[in-house]
Write a protein that binds this ligand. Structure first.
Ligand SMILES: Cc1cc2nc3c(=O)[nH]c(=O)nc-3n(C[C@H](O)[C@H](O)[C@H](O)COP(=O)(O)OP(=O)(O)OC[C@H]3O[C@@H](n4cnc5c(N)ncnc54)[C@H](O)[C@@H]3O)c2cc1C
Length: 322
């Protein structure tokens, strides 16, 4: 079995164990969140022994060349010596500018960064609270319009970060965010291309950023948004989205409730099912899918089967630590 060296101590790896699992099992604190190779908050660097290709997926070429890897998806095949000297540690201090709790279910957080942050609406940041807990949240703000970073946080019952944000965080408090990650953003390279956006819960956050960015960029093709929740408390920004649809002929907004009857222009259906029923041929479309991992997985498969090219499907599954 390969051995793992960290800060001059060697650790025996168990069969199929990741670097993150091995180090945390031995009481070493490694920042992490999704444990699925997405959020990049568990990035480490190898000083000896090449990391497996799987552990460098999604990292920039320069980072790969310098030996950076994601410790949650690194199951060493050879002896490795690793350090915590990773770029993710260079976090940007932010102050909570405002915090609005909608329906007790979704909190809108506006953050003032201490330095300007280069990002595309729809990407995500890793938010770190003072005790070091890290979670990923998507950016609903548009830098050309908004002088703050906007996040939408859904209360997850028993969830460490989301309950703390809903119950204890206040305007004026200090946090840190990482530099932005992710591929879920608008590309102004095909202004006529039809766009289909499907989100559940706070999966609306990145989509709200993408839609406003597309409209700001002069997108001319049709833009369809299906936003879903089981109950009415999970639907938010309804008035804002209706107003946006009123102001832009090419933008259509379809709010959906899967657990309640039809009401006041809100249809009774799952958002992904309603989207596929309306658009059974997605050849040539660009598709954005965000929110619950099961919805994202099913909708990705269905969008592909309906003709969307894989390179035109951007999917952010909001996987959680557990
Ligand atoms: C790329 C990305 C973007 C994201 N963007 C957003 C966003 O814009 N908005 C948003 O709201 N979320 C987003 N998320 C999800 C977010 O990062 C968190 O996972 C979410 O807020 C829950 O975190 P938490 O600390 O509150 O819950 P956690 O403490 O991580 O717990 C998650 C759930 O597991 C349960 N749980 C806790 N301990 C256990 C256990 N021992 N066994 C079984 N179950 C347990 C909890 O009750 C809770 O329901 C995103 C995730 C990713 C990966």
């Amino acid at each position: 079995m390969p051995s793992l060296t960290f800060e001059a101590r060697s650790y025996a790896l168990r069969d199929n164990e990741s670097v993150l699992e091995c180090l945390t099992r031995h009481g070493v604190t490694v920042p992490h969140s999704c444990k699925s190779g997405i959020c990049q908050s568990c990035m480490m660097r190898s000083v000896q022994g090449a990391p497996p290709a799987e552990a460098q997926k999604g990292l920039k070429e320069a980072q790969q060349a310098e030996g950076y890897f994601l410790s949650c998806s690194c199951v060493p095949q050879l002896d490795m010596e690793v350090t915590l000297d990773a770029p993710e540690l260079f976090l940007v201090p932010v102050t909570v500018q405002s915090l609005v709790r909608w329906n007790g279910k979704v909190a809108r957080l506006r953050l003032q960064p201490s330095q300007s942050l280069d990002y595309r609406p729809g990407q995500f940041v890793n938010l770190r609270r003072p005790d070091g807990l890290i979670r990923s949240y998507s950016l609903a703000s548009v830098p050309q319009h908004d002088n703050y970073l906007e996040l939408h946080v859904q209360r997850s019952s028993g969830g460490q970060m989301s309950e703390w944000i809903h119950d204890q965080l206040n305007a004026g408090d200090s946090l840190h965010v990482s530099t932005p990650h992710g591929e879920c953003y608008y590309r102004p390279d095909a202004l006529e291309q039809p766009l289909l956006l499907v989100g559940t819960g706070t999966g609306l956050a990145p989509l709200y950023g993408v839609i406003r960015d597309a409209l700001r960029s002069g997108h001319r093709g049709p833009i369809w948004l299906f936003h879903g929740s089981r109950t009415g408390t999970g639907l938010y920004l309804v008035d804002e989205l209706r107003a946006l649809a009123g102001a832009h002929k090419n933008f259509r907004y379809v709010p959906c409730l899967s657990g309640e009857p039809e009401l006041d222009g809100i249809i009774s259906a799952r958002a992904d099912a309603a989207a596929m029923q309306q658009h059974s041929n997605l050849k040539g479309w660009r598709v954005f899918l965000c929110g619950h991992p099961d919805m994202v997985k099913t909708a990705k498969r269905n969008a592909f089967l309906a003709g969307a090219a894989l390179r035109d499907i951007q999917a952010d599954a909001f996987v959680s630590t557990h």
